[in-house]
Design a protein around this ligand. Structure first.
Ligand code: 5AD
Ligand code: SF4
Length: 482
């Protein structure tokens, strides 16, 4: 059914996989005539793309839904939908907590959203479209019930003309005891190399320079076809030959699957970003065991040593959970020591949030008080920030290459998006994923620029575009063309 002049409001929380899902759903709806609006009050269709990784993210969505309680009185045609991880996890419970919701669509049914919205509008009945619970079928049946949604994209529907996410695998079989993702995204499934490469070629033809490959454990990618096994390293090698692409990134890595073969591929394929996100989660063996992460600190150290030996300049980042069940001060201090030892480029730090449906929720008491979690979170952030700042300051005087992304968020807030009143504050990223801010013309967006670094904070490098470079000779400064 084709809709016209229907206004769509969408709010997206959570990971990059959710951002990609929203992009694809919005594109499908715009194709049917929907128009995006930033004002929920004027929307005929309201969608929330949700995250269940921490309770806080769910609260935010339930509060936003609560605020919409009476909005249908003003717009009787309005359809309110909850999609993504919370939809898969809470299912009918969402109707109990927010009876004005019309649609609940899990991560494995996103392709059906346009049809389901149309039906909800005409039939005015509530629908739940979700995948099987992991215990409710054979592995094959459950896998099939999680259909990933990866249609080809039209260039004008993409949020950035030169950057794109491409899903290569989805779901997770690692079952870390704290994590709800194996339930909300289903069994681990890898997409076929032919589909992925075709998608990348189409994107490159449309002008995409940087592709970020996505997967919950992206380096566990495995696809067997005609007797050949494709791993992430093989995909990167094949993508490297695609004309037009200049940068290849991939997130998030699982420490145990960080093979030498993958590190060698990154080393020898110059388009690969020198950036590896490899979450450690904790610096204490007891905690890692309780988390069922599948490695010891000794094994993580060995893996990290291989990264440093193969890719000495790579930016390595991590995730940590503070206040997991039974975490003592001593265990917490081991995590701080780990950050000091490995000097991560940055770490994402989270307070443990017990999640129904996980092993930890069922079996391990959430026994670290909230104020202790908060204090540990702050302390860890301070340790990490100091290291990030020190390592960024060490860039002062160096010249880096960045892919220019466009005006910085501050410049956008100030309304500075063209250069009529002089240079605008732009932002870009280095190959090792450092954010660089510098003045320039917004038309540089989507190009590679060389930036001389003049200052650094924990989160940002600051500099200016190199117009001439000087080589220090023994007798004179020789200008060379940049
Ligand atoms: N509580 C807090 N943090 C969590 N993460 C996953 N599950 C939980 C939870 N229950 C964190 C992990 C993961 C990141 C995406 O979110 O650090 O790497
Ligand atoms: Fe969650 Fe662990 Fe899977 Fe990551 S590897 S998605 S933390 S279960």
């Amino acid at each position: 059914m084709t809709e016209h002049n229907s206004k769509l409001f969408i709010e997206t929380v959570g990971c990059q996989m959710n951002m990609l899902d929203s992009e694809l759903v919005v594109a499908a709806l715009r194709k049917q005539g929907y128009e995006l609006t930033a004002d929920v009050a004027e929307a005929d269709t309201v969608l929330f793309n949700t995250c269940s990784v921490r309770e806080h993210a769910e609260h935010k969505i339930y509060s936003a839904l609560g605020r919409l309680k009476f909005s249908k009185q003003a717009r009787p045609q309005q359809v309110i939908g909850v999609m993504g991880c919370m939809a898969q996890k809470d299912q009918e419970l969402i109707f109990q907590r927010a009876p004005h919701v019309d649609l609940v669509v899990g991560t494995g049914q996103l392709g059906e959203i346009p049809r389901l919205i149309g039906e909800a509008r005409t039939d005015r009945k509530r629908t739940v479209a979700v995948s099987l619970d992991r215990r409710d079928g054979t592995r094959n049946e459950v896998s099939q019930s999680f259909q990933s949604y990866d249609p080809l994209r039209e260039p004008e529907m993409r949020p950035s003309p030169f950057q794109a996410f491409v899903r290569i695998m989805f779901g997770c079989d690692k079952f870390c005891t704290y994590c709800v993702v194996p339930m909300t995204r289903g069994p681990e499934q890898s997409r076929s190399p032919a589909d992925i490469l075709h998608e990348c070629r189409v994107l490159a033809d449309q002008g995409v320079l940087e592709v970020t490959l996505l997967g919950q454990t992206v380096n566990s990618y495995k696809y067997v076809e005609n007797g050949r096994t494709w791993r992430l390293a093989d995909l990167l090698a094949a993508m490297h030959d695609i004309p037009g692409l200049v940068r290849l990134k991939f997130v998030t890595n699982y420490p145990r699957d960080m093979t030498d073969e993958l590190l060698q591929a990154v080393r020898h394929l110059p388009k690969c970003s020198r950036y590896l996100h490899v979450p450690a989660q904790s610096g204490c063996d007891d905690l890692l065991k309780k988390m069922k992460r599948g490695y010891t600190i000794g094994e993580y150290r060995e893996m990290h040593g291989r990264i440093r030996a193969t890719l000495p300049d790579a930016g390595v980042s991590s995730d940590f959970i503070v206040g997991f069940c039974g975490e003592s001060d001593e265990a917490h201090n081991k995590s701080l020591d780990l950050i000091r030892e490995f000097r991560f480029k940055n770490s994402f730090i989270f307070k443990y949030s017990p999640r129904p449906g996980t092993k930890a929720f069922d079996l391990l008491p959430d026994d670290v008080p909230e104020d202790v979690k908060r204090a540990r979170n702050h302390e860890m952030l301070a340790v990490q920030n100091q290291i990030s700042a020190e390592d960024n300051v060490a860039f002062i005087g160096r010249t880096v290459e960045v892919l220019v992304e466009g005006p910085s968020r501050n410049a956008e807030k100030r309304g500075e998006t063209d250069a009529t009143a002089g240079p605008v504050q732009l932002t870009g990223r280095t190959s090792c994923d450092r954010i660089v801010v510098f003045p320039g013309n917004p038309r540089l967006a989507g190009s590679l620029a060389r930036i001389q670094i003049e200052d650094g904070t924990a989160t940002t490098l600051l500099g200016s575009i190199v117009t001439r470079e000087y080589q220090h000779g023994s007798s004179a400064l020789l200008p060379i063309l940049a």
